[in-house]
Design a protein around this ligand. Sequence first.
Ligand code: G3P
Ligand code: MG
Length: 240
Amino acid sequence: MLTSRLIGHRGVASLAPENTLAGIRLAAEMGVKWVELDVTLLGDDTPVLIHDADLERCSSSEGLVIELRRQDLKGIDAGSWFSEEFAGEPLPLLNDALTLINHLGLGLNLEIKTHSVDPDKITRIVQACLTNNPLPADKLLISSFEHDTLQAWYRTEKKTPLGYLVEALPDDWQQRLDMIRARSLNFDWQQVSAKEFMMVKDAGFELYSYTCNDPDQGALLWQQGVDGVITDYPQRFPIS
Ligand code: G3P
Ligand code: MG
């Protein structure tokens, strides 16, 4: 198995603002070995960590992420919306997150949120970022819901393990996974049945399920063959 049985969703989304350096630090302090983070591009092509296409939910600012430039990040507080304890937390550059993750020795499931950006462009930029600031080969899984984006990645870089993200299991799952030599299927545990995911496992793919916040459900998923559970609440699970 590439990753860990337990993966902190967006860092540790229940205890720290999602997709922040504070969340990454907290994951490491808790003994979580891998984190899942979302990356997208600003309008000037700077890769940053944020889940949404706009700033409303997870910052004190408004507007579209694609309308920002790097210098605009100075004015953005990505922590106060979560709690005052995190006031002034920056909206992080991917580069800064990679440096911190490397320093802490964590593994990273980096989910590419293409939003309105061209798939070839975002993959090229994220790849360049990882070339300049590489993680160990066994500590990186790239994932995306956008199969076009994973195809774009695979066209230009074939070594990094890829995870195809789905909600429900598409009929052509095997073809989609084979096309990009995927390492894993990353699926919504509430939409894909055990019968379905066991079929995927039998075909040789690893399984990561999101977002499971109930430890009993997580234990069942592990027992049924799921390799890793992505959770907002790693503190509820046995952390090994
Ligand atoms: O990568 C697992 C999970 O993060 C996918 O959904 O919307 O939380 O990014 P979302
Ligand atoms: Mg995600």
